[in-house]
Write a protein that binds this ligand. Structure first.
Ligand SMILES: [Zn+2]
Length: 447
């Protein structure tokens, strides 16, 4: 396939914007990039996809999400509003994930995948929990991902909060899926909920169970209660405790890190552990503001996720860009290049940990053909140098018209080709009231 008449944003390490270019795609890779006229002459019989002067760029990547969060949209939490993050877990997320069964797991993933294709997010790293439907849950999500044609990294969150049997079932689900996953679009990691719901014995069991070469995906210090719990249990802060149990390293993702101290940041940098930042989620939960710029300066590989918010990663760019400014009362904080470093370069490097056979997140010869078209018409000059500010102040998710993953077109001119959006949302709306009903019963047990 030949994409023609495109203005390329390459997201190479020295980013370039190349006008009137073409991309020749062979199988799942970019084979050649050149001037449109040259490649049309070179490949006259190739099937053409006309970009009609749109911007053509690598798809967005999400470093941390929860597909099952889809059911929280518009859902009422009974009783007084949760006063802090521990109450949000107890009154919202835990009764909700206990309400999931096989069918509702599938129809939590599918609407999120539709959303991701529509909004140009081509790779997602999910963190799943369904304590009453653990075995096989990752296959259900994996099946939905394969149907969609997107790329995803999956894991099951191990936790002690539902008893030892379910903690062990969570370990088995991770190990089973890690050993089984062979699809080119799927990868696996080992999920842990957070230090605050895992005993020393459980952490050790996870460490013993994980196959070589894999890492963990775990929430860390999202709220200060995680730190106090860890200090109480072990005399150590969260990151020190995870390090002691062998959880950290260059294959491990920690999410949030809002309440890290300086030594915890050093440990993440020393161990090459990834950290994912979710500004919208942190604001919504009122948990505080992570010291993201300090972490980047300390050498931590900071990425950008959405924590189950819409799979519209430019919205996450905007939230991160704005949050740190208002928090520090300083418009110089969290510049466009910082956001670009997290969302583009670090997210791509993280995705490459899981999909190693070609470069990801870049338009270059040999890279995976994960590509989106953006119908953006700047009213001021746009260059590789000022692009982050065009994305933050000008780009909208609705401007994504075409989404391609591994050389396969998933959406063309805003028409979804792999998933039936109407069918999926109708079925999801049928299932959601049943999930909400089970949720009300679950939450009634703790109120
Ligand atoms: Zn999360």
């Amino acid at each position: 396939m030949l994409i023609v008449n495109a203005n390329l944003i390459t997201w190479e390490k020295e980013n370039r914007i190349l006008d009137d270019h073409a991309i020749f795609i062979e199988n799942d890779r970019i084979k050649e990039i050149g001037k449109s006229g040259d490649l049309v002459k070179k490949y006259p019989n190739e099937e053409k996809l006309d970009a009609r002067g749109q911007y053509v760029m690598p798809g967005n990547i999400c470093a941390h999400t929860h597909f099952y969060g889809a059911y929280a949209r518009g859902m009422a939490i009974p009783g007084p509003a949760p006063k802090d993050f521990p109450e949000i877990l107890q009154k919202l997320w835990w009764p909700l994930d206990r309400s999931l069964d096989a069918e509702s797991i599938e129809y939590s993933a599918l609407p999120c995948l539709v959303d991701a294709i529509r909004h140009g997010t081509t790779a997602l790293i999910d963190h799943h929990a369904s304590p009453n439907a653990i075995d096989g849950s990752l296959d259900i999500i994996g099946g939905a991902v394969e149907r969609s044609g997107l790329r995803a990294v999956l894991c099951y969150e191990v936790t002690d909060r539902d008893g030892e049997a379910k903690m062990k079932a969570g370990i088995n689900e991770n190990v089973r899926f890690i050993k089984k996953t062979k699809s080119p679009l799927l990868a696996a990691t080992f999920g842990l909920h957070a230090s605050l719901t895992l005993s020393d014995a459980s952490l050790d069991l996870c460490r013993q169970a994980i196959p070589d070469g894999f890492g963990f995906h775990v929430h860390t210090a999202e709220h200060e209660s995680d730190e106090y719990d860890s200090l109480n249990k072990s005399g150590m802060r969260v990151v020190d405790r995870l390090q002691k149990h062998g959880i950290l390293g260059p294959n491990t993702i920690t999410a949030h890190g809002v309440h890290f101290d300086a030594r915890e940041m050093e440990i993440l940098a020393e161990t090459g552990t990834w950290l994912s930042h979710q500004a919208r989620s942190n604001m919504n939960n009122g948990v505080g503001v992570a010291q993201i710029e300090s972490m980047m300066r300390a050498g931590i590989k900071v990425c950008l996720g959405n924590d189950g918010f819409t799979n519209a990663m430019w919205d996450e760019w905007k939230a991160a860009y704005l949050l740190h400014k208002v928090h520090h009362r300083d418009p110089r904080r969290m510049g466009g290049y910082d956001v670009q470093q997290m969302a583009v370069y670090n997210n791509a490097a993280l995705a490459n940990v899981f999909f190693k056979s070609a470069t990801i997140g870049q338009l270059s010869e040999g890279a995976f053909a994960d590509i989106i078209f953006v119908d953006y018409h700047p009213n001021t000059p746009m260059t590789a140098g000022n692009l982050p500010w065009h994305i933050i102040f000008g780009f909208q998710q609705s401007m994504v018209t075409t989404t391609i993953v591994a050389g396969k077109v998933l959406m063309k001119d805003r028409e979804l080709l792999t998933l039936d959006e109407k069918e999926i949302s109708a079925k999801a709306r049928e299932i959601a009231p049943k999930v909400w009903e089970r949720y009300q019963k679950e939450v009634a047990k703790i109120l």
